[in-house]
Design a protein around this ligand. Structure first.
Ligand code: AMP
Length: 451
């Protein structure tokens, strides 16, 4: 099949040719014809399959051949990075058409987004939280909507967006064409498809939890404290030139980025605590090659599309097997080749086994020749218990010092249990009151927190 067989508008064919796409990918070949016929689509497609064009092209075809004013299509995505990515793909595909789009997501000023609504920009690509804020304002009307796309629905679920999605649906006209994409189909997503889709064509490109072909995967067993040294060894050997490196938590991403930079590896960082400006800059510097390494947490795993990304490195084994598939889906996109390396410590064995079960095959174990696996390593981060003990010790010292001062002045000791002490040691009391009811373990450990 070729793109001409799809009878697309000449302006779209010109853009496709400009992008160098020779023929439709599998999902494009299956989704575009029924979508052009007005059918709802349920696409179970993995990342890197070319699914973005499979929903943008049918929308553009209608918007180009039946021009009309107002917002006619809404694409909902889970992350800002994915919104920016889809927006870029849109600009490429719509380059020779008058159709305009706007990206609507949090972390940036809402003013220009409000203008996009007021001017009735044709296509809005949005994350759920910020979109809801606009829809609750008087100007946020989507009454004329003809197309709704829900992209990466399972990620929406992971990120706790399903309630927002249901609220957004109340603002949209019921008579519309809906295209729904999800890499996996957990029960909540299946239920949502029943609520949102009318007699959809179902496209199951590949079994969920399979990794894209064209990717060479390898596991590097190594002790936790030697992971930074092993990563440096892989860089030094020239095995890795450009890499997206994933860590389990934001804290580890920060520490690893600092450490790499100290050793002369230029790298950016991208995670949930970074501002939108910082994320965009890090991504641009990575894409342009200015920074050959980008350290990231899973929040970006689905949103990044870098042409010909050669390496994905799991500095930590993903705890959730699905995340492994999404992380390594960043390389080898659309039938290109790539390598995915996973550094795995003995403590991570169970997670690694879960991944191998999910992808249905064992991953080869590799060692780096000449690397001293018995060297003394270094701690990437101070363990949480140790950090807490250190804070307590400092507070106790402060307290002892101020009491000594007080006694020197003849004021006598401070009353025990004052403030938030509640009968515990003063330092512990202070910690609790600062945590505002949260346990100290709440910081940076859990899945959501760590992203
Ligand atoms: P997606 O799954 O939509 O994120 O697309 C993954 C990558 O494949 C992107 O870099 C697209 O530009 C690229 N792509 C999409 N369609 C095609 C095609 N028909 N031929 C070659 N590459 C494509």
């Amino acid at each position: 099949m070729t793109f001409s067989d799809l009878h697309l508008h000449p302006s779209l064919l010109r853009a496709i040719e400009g992008l160098g796409f020779v023929r439709p990918t599998g999902i494009q070949g299956e989704a575009i014809p029924p979508a052009l016929d007005g059918r709802d689509v349920l696409g179970c497609a993995q990342t890197g399959s070319g699914k973005t064009a499979s929903f943008l092209l049918p929308i553009l075809q209608t918007l180009v051949s039946q021009p009309a004013r107002g917002t006619r299509a809404l694409v909902l995505v889970p992350t800002r990075e994915l919104a920016a990515q889809v927006f870029d793909d849109f600009k490429d595909l719509a380059a020779h058409t008058p159709v305009k789009a706007a990206a609507v997501f949090g972390g940036v000023s809402a003013g220009p987004q409000e203008q996009a609504f007021r001017h009735g920009v044709n296509v809005i690509i949005a994350t759920p939280g910020r979109l809801l804020e606009h829809l609750r304002a008087p100007y946020g009307r989507l009454d004329g909507l003809e197309f709704l796309v829900l992209d990466e629905a399972d990620r929406m679920l992971d990120m706790g967006f399903l309630p927002e999605i249901r609220k957004i649906l109340k603002f949209l006209p019921a008579a519309r064409q809906t295209m729904f994409f999800s890499a996996t189909m957990p029960p909540e997503i299946r239920q949502l498809t029943l609520e949102m889709l009318k007699n959809p064509v179902v496209i199951q490109r590949e079994k969920p939890s399979t990794t894209p072909t064209g990717i060479t995967q390898a596991v590097y067993p190594v002790s936790e404290d030697l992971k930074p040294a092993l990563l440096m060894a892989l860089f030094a050997r020239g095995d890795i030139r450009q890499a997206l490196v994933f860590t389990r938590t934001k804290h580890r991403a920060n520490r690893l980025a600092e450490l790499l930079q100290q050793r002369g590896v230029r790298c950016g960082r991208i995670h949930g605590n970074r501002s939108q400006g910082q994320r965009t800059l890090a991504l641009d510097e990575f894409k342009s090659g200015k920074c050959p390494v980008l350290v990231a947490t899973d929040i970006v795993a689905r949103g990044i599309d870098v042409e010909a990304l050669e390496h994905v490195v799991n500095f930590d084994v993903p705890v959730v097997a699905e995340d492994y598939v999404h992380r390594i889906g960043r390389t080898g996109r659309a039938e290109a080749t790539g390598e995915a390396f996973t550094l795995a410590s003995p403590e991570e064995r169970a997670s690694l086994q879960a991944i191998e079960r999910a992808i249905g095959k064992p991953l080869p174990r590799v060692t780096v020749p000449g690397f001293d696996y018995h060297a003394r390593g270094e701690q990437l981060e101070i363990p949480l218990a140790q950090r807490i003990a250190e804070i307590r010790r400092r507070k106790a010292e402060d307290r002892a010092r101020s009491e000594a001062r007080r006694e020197r002045r003849g004021a006598g000791p401070a009353p025990v249990g004052a403030g938030a002490g509640q009968g515990r040691g003063p330092a512990a009391g202070r910690w609790r009151s600062r945590g505002a009811g949260r346990s100290p373990q709440g910081g940076g450990r859990g899945r959501a927190q760590g992203r």
